[in-house]
Design a protein around this ligand. Sequence first.
Ligand code: NAD
Length: 478
Amino acid sequence: MSLDQALIEKITSEILAKMQVGKVQSCQEDGIFETVDEAVAAARIAYEQLRKLSLEKREKLIQAIRDASYENAEILAKMAVEESGMGRVADKIIKNQMAALKTPGTEDLTTTAWSGDQGLTLVEMGPYGVIGAITPTTNPTETVICNGIGMIAAGNSVFFSPHPTAKNTSIWIIKLLNKAIVKAGGPNNLLTSVAEPSITAANAMMKHPGINMLVATGGPGVVKAVLSSGKKAIGAGAGNPPVIVDETADIEKAARDIIAGCSFDNNLPCIAEKEVIAIGSIADELINYMQKYGAYLISGSAIERLLEVVMTVKEEKIAEGCTEKSKKSYGINKDYVGKDAKYILSKIGIDVPDSIRVVLCETPADHPFVIEELMMPILPVVQVKDIDAAIELAVKVEHGNRHTAAMHSKNVDNLTRFAKAVETTIFIKNAPSYAGIGVGGEGFITFTIAGPTGEGLTSPRSFTRQRRCVLVDAFSII
Ligand code: NAD
C-alpha cells in the first residue's frame, strides 16, 4: 500500500514537471510569454542551465549578445525612435553600439582571498538567480543590451519589464538576443518578458517569489516601488545635471561640449546637461559660442510661450493666515520629451534649419526649465555673480539626486569644491556629459547609474552576491 502511494506520488510529480516544462516550451523559446508566471518559470530554468556552463562558455554567450546588438544597432535605433517618438536615430545607433562594445563582461567578476596559518578563505561573486529589470522608455534598447550583458555575465537570467511605450522594440530585442544566445550554445529564455508589458505586470513581477533581485532604471516612482518591495533592489533614478562654467574655462570649448552633450539623443540621457550656471563675466561670450555650435537663442515672450507648450501647470490655493495665495506647480508635457529642437520651436511659430539642435534661453534661477528634468533639448542659462553662488545654485537644482554634474574650469580649487559639494555619482570636468559614461572618456559604459542605492555605474559585479568559502588548515603554501 505504501509502495503504491510512493509510486503514485512519483508519477504525479513527473507529470507535473513535464507539464511545467511543456507549458514553458509551448509558449515560446524566444523569451516572450503570455503571463509573468510563465516568463519567470522559464527564466528560472534558463538560470539553472546557465549555472551548469563554464565561465568561458558564459563569455561566448556575452560575445553573441554583443555581436547581435552591434549588427542590429541601426534597426534598433530606428524602431525605438519610431515607437517611442523620442530621440535621434544617429545618436541611438551610437548608444547601442557603445553598450554592445563597452559594457563589461565576466572579467568584471573578481575573487578576494585570505591565506595564512589557518588555511585559505575565498570570497567569490555569485549570481542572485532571476533578476527583474525595469527599463525606461528613454533608453529602451541600450538598457536591455547593457543589463542583459551585465546580468548574464554575473550568472543570472533576467525578466525584463519594459516601458509600455517602447514595448514592441523591447520585445524585438529580447527575442533577437535570445536567438543569438541559443545559436551560441546557450539556454533558451535567458532573457524573458511578457507579450503585453504594463505597470500591472511590473508590479506582479516585483511581488513574484521567483524573482531574486530587482533593478529599476527610471524615474522616482519606479525607484520608490522597487525599494518598497522587500527584495534586494538597485535603484537608478532621475537626474537634473547642472553644468557650471567659470571665468577660467576655455569658453568656446565649453560651449561646444555643452551643446554636444545637451543635444545628444535630444537630451534623453539622464546624464545630459539640463541647465547651465555661468559666471556673469563670461555668460554672454558663452551664449554667443553656443549659438555658433547649434543653439537657437530665444528671449522674452518666446520663453513664456515655450513654457506653456512644453510644461503642464497646476495651480493650488494655499491658506496663508487669513488670506489665500495661489501656488503653481509644473510638470513636463510628455509629448515634447526627446523631440527635435526644430520641432519644439515650430510649436511657438519659429522656423529654424535642421542644424539647430538646442533651444537656448536665459532664465532666472527658479524658472521651471531649471528646476524640472525636461529631457528635451531646451537649455536654460542662469547668470550668477561668482563661484560661491554657482555652486550653491547647482547643488540646489540637482535636488539631492546625487546623479550627475559637470563643470568647465581650469581652476582646480573650484573644480574640487563643486565636486565635493554636489556629491554626484558622476562628475565630469571639461567635456560633454557623455564622457562620464565612457564615450570620449575613460572607463566602461552603463545605462543604469544607481545613485539612490549607491552601486554607482553598474557592471556585472553589481548583480552578484558575495559568497565566502573557507578551508581550514590546508591550501596555504607559505
Ligand atoms: P518612468 O519612471 O516613467 O518609467 C521607467 C520604467 O518604470 C518603465 O518601464 C515604467 O513602465 C516603469 N514604472 C514607472 N512607474 C512604475 C510603478 N509605479 N510601478 C512599476 N513600474 C513603474 O521613466 P521613463 O520616462 O521611462 O524614463 C525617464 C526617467 O528615467 C528619467 O527620470 C531619467 O532620469 C531616468 N533614467 C535614469 C537612468 C539612470 O541610470 N539613473 C537611466 C535612464 C533613465
